[in-house]
Design a protein. Sequence first.
Length: 467
Amino acid sequence: MSSRLKRTFFRKTIGLRLTLWYSSLFILSSVLLFGFSYFNFSSSLTKQDQRAIESELKELATLYEMGGVGFVERKATVYKKFEKEKPFLVRIGGPSEETLLLILPSQWMEFDIKELAQIPFSANISWTTLHNQSGKKTIEVGTIRLPDNHVLQVGKSLEDRKRILGHFLESFLFITLPLILLAFAGGTFVTFRLLRPIRQIINAVRSATDGKMDTRIPSVGADDELGELAALFNEMLQRIEALMKAMRDSLDNVAHDLRTPMTRLRGAAEVALTVDEGPDNCREALAECIEESKRILRILNTLMDISEAETGTMRLDLELVNVGNVLKDIVESYHYIGEDRGITIHLQCEQGLWITADPTRIYEIVSNLCENALKYTAPGGRIDIEASASANEILVVVEDTGVGIPQEDLPRIWDRSYRCDQSRSQSGLGLGLSLIKAFVEAHNGRVDVTSQLGKGSTFTIVLPTAS
């Protein structure tokens, strides 16, 4: 046995306790089975011996009725002369406990025959046992009353019965002892296999404690409680790893996105301190600092919202939302902006479109798409917003006739702070599409995009209908 297996089982562990319980139950079951078998076998042998004695009693009683003690003596003498393989003790006693006839095989001379005269009897057969002086040999005696109030007793040795039962006990021990060892070994093996997922969980926790969050528990290949526990634990580790990755990404993004506004803020403050150009210039510097502070706060709030949505920790105030009403509010809000820029916003929405969602977040999703469409659409362009139902889903499509997105940039537009060449000249944080994707997925939905460079883009939001 390996040292690892010894450490696992030869200490106070659940594995050792299970093995001991398993072995104890097996041993107890074996002992109970043996006791039951031994009792039945002993009872069978006892009944067999008593039937033999009873048969002999009936035969001798018949001879006694035919010819008295003489007939019985002649037959018993013949038995003794030819030394039957299984001799019987025969005694006939008188009413006053005197012995009229005693046939005692030579090997039973050490028995005290006087005890036979003191055996009580009744109309039926009475059974008793007679022991020799050393107590090692035993005779079972059956006693009946004869018609003339005499007593007929026939005895038979129990040595054969004891020998057979002794062999039975030896056979049981010979078979059971190896089985007990096998049961302990089998219990150890079975327990070792059953507790493997728990040991793997322990090792995974230790690795996670050491910072190795990519550790996973191998599949146990069993559809039971331990398999479910391993799957849930892997899911928990995956969620923790995602949270930590999101935290690292958030910190990286914060460090990246805050570098520019912090540099501007510091520059404005240094200029105000080093250049003495009067109160007006100081006010301008303070105003610039305030604007950069607002920008920093906006970046931080957006990054936090994205992180919370991606990790599933965002609190959503879910309620039944009429999609048509939300879209009408958005179109009304951006209608005048579109007019100022010469862009037409058109809405087409089916009636009775309901979803279970946070209305504030849904408003932010579509309004961000509208804002992007207005930003990248030239005057004279058009923005179409359409909502429809499909199976158990609600589709919200925002299509514009803007500059479009290059095909090589489409997979990366959802990344934080990523801005393609067409958008670098526009103001913004570069977080809008990341925020949209995170919010949509937080509502168990998805968002897709198709685009042609120079012709425009189409964003499709898919959300589940109200349940």
